[in-house]
Write a protein that binds this ligand. Sequence first.
Ligand SMILES: Nc1nc2c(ncn2[C@@H]2O[C@H](COP(=O)(O)OP(=O)(O)O)[C@@H](O)[C@H]2O)c(=O)[nH]1
Ligand SMILES: [Mg+2]
Length: 227
Amino acid sequence: MASRLEMVSVVIPTLNEAGNIGEALASIEKELSYPNEVIVVDSNSTDGTQEIAKDNNCRLIIQPKKGYGLALLTGMKRAKGDIVVMIDGDGTYEPKHINLLIDTMIERRAEMCLASRMYGLRPHSMGLINYVGNRLITLCYDLLYGQYLTDTQSGFRAISKAAIEKVNFEEGDMAFAIEMLTKFAKKRFKMVEVGTVYKPRKYGKTKLKPLTAGRQIFNTIFKGLRA
Ligand SMILES: Nc1nc2c(ncn2[C@@H]2O[C@H](COP(=O)(O)OP(=O)(O)O)[C@@H](O)[C@H]2O)c(=O)[nH]1
Ligand SMILES: [Mg+2]
């Protein structure tokens, strides 16, 4: 099964990640054992992120309009691979698990495999508000959509490109992550997980605004039910 996989597209959204993106790209290149293309989608960073990306053997797409979801969607639309892996450019996810994500998705014949940071106790690198918010969002999502996921806010996922093409995405910001899960559930696409770790951000600041994102995420969960 795995041998039929011709290309994996890795899509990385970046906004001012100059301190992190070089190391993130190097470790993805080192760890990923499938033929691949790596796409960095940058929203006009002002700290030299684009220059570092260009020096690191990847496709750079500039999406001047801000938004985590819009950046990912822009990259996914241009991806040539049969499987798309989304991963943040801030070095908080573990590229050592990238093959495991892909292999699990293929072996379990799923449309998506998520890397869950929520097996076991709260990771030290995840603040209490984000942890509690994630647990609440995930509980609400699982109950309403009949799923058993543990980390709906994970930004590290392997996804079938064919499945992405069957969905119409509307959320341009952080709620994109949950929109993908509501719409995949509605289409009865199979979603599985593997456990991963969550590392502290070494440089720069998070762009997540928990209250705004929380509101958008719950709106998206309820909107998805009515669709
Ligand atoms: N292109 C682009 N990337 C973004 C934007 N907002 C966040 N990101 C990137 O998306 C990833 C996740 O964002 P982050 O701020 O770390 O959110 P957190 O992980 O929830 O704290 C990082 O690689 C960011 O650089 C945006 O508006 N445009
Ligand atoms: Mg982050």
